[in-house]
Design a protein around this ligand. Sequence first.
Ligand code: SAH
Ligand code: SF4
Length: 348
Amino acid sequence: MKTNLLGRSRQEIGELIRPLVDRRFRSDQIANWILQRHATSFDEMSNLPLSLRTDLANSFCLLDPCVVEQRSSEDGATKYLFELEDGAKVEGVSIPEDRKLTLCLSSQTGCALGCKFCVTGALGGGRNLKSSELVGQYRSMLRSSANDVERVNIVFMGMGEPLLNTTQLLSALEALYERVSPRRITVSTAGVIPGIESLAKMERRPKLAVSLNAPDQARRERIMPIAKTYSLSDLFAALRGFPLERGRRLTFEYVLLAGFNDSPEDASALGKLVQDFPSKINVIPFNEDRHHIPELRQPPKERILAFTERLRSKGLTATVRWSRGEDVSAACGQLKGRETHSRTTIDS
Ligand code: SAH
Ligand code: SF4
């Protein structure tokens, strides 16, 4: 078995290739090809002697997950289905906007947290993705994007709970930082406190998004079972301990569910909860899925706008995250479901 060099930091790559490469500048050249130029083979490494390229290829590989399906939506978002080495499948989404590209990555092959509004949750638990599989989603989607991309944002908002996969996530972040600033990477969590504490200790921290989804403990527990383990008050205590660099804010995500958490009073209660934090609130209209989640609905548009306005009237920053890629079910948190009940075909 060859060792995959993807998903590793410069230092780790250096240590692994040391038996073949003893000079520092060579080791750096190789790390640059992998981490900055996103090489897919040792053949590409044109500034290395041919013999070294051959030796590297005999012991190591640069293995990205395989794209088995790719579907573009009318609004420009593209959904990718990746097949991993063991046959497990995960999805990623690429969302272009002018010259900015947002890449939404999965962190696990399912999710054991079972939030009631989430298709990944309805499908049940899965395994943690390896660091190479995290970075590989980014590399693959970037490769098939337009060439004129100036800025890339990465959001860990695909399948799974990234903070239940902290070890691999932290390795992947180190590799990603070579090309993407921590300010452009967001990790979204359902509120896994030990994971938040691990991020808090990092020297170079990504941005943090916390999925609140309800304005009080009782209702949060009803839709997010993890809230019984990590209560709102403990969660907010952990967030107070999360260092925020100058100009940075926390993001609070709030999935709006008709008749459950979308009243003006709910907006006021949410505002109260977050008012002491430098933050922005992402109001996410629930993406309906009549097959997996038949009982929940998206509120009418006026109600979504009124909710958001109420937050703004309290001086908070709130934006509605209208879904992109709905026609290919590419909305984050809505991934993979379709595949499990109707086989989709590969679009050319
Ligand atoms: N597990 C992490 C990250 C993946 S989910 C988390 O929960 O934060 C990413 C986001 O999608 C979360 O904010 C989640 O609340 C939201 N989400 C999940 N299912 C959704 C749906 N059906 N409609 C709208 N948003 C959804
Ligand atoms: Fe898991 Fe996030 Fe979905 Fe909840 S919303 S089930 S934590 S992926």
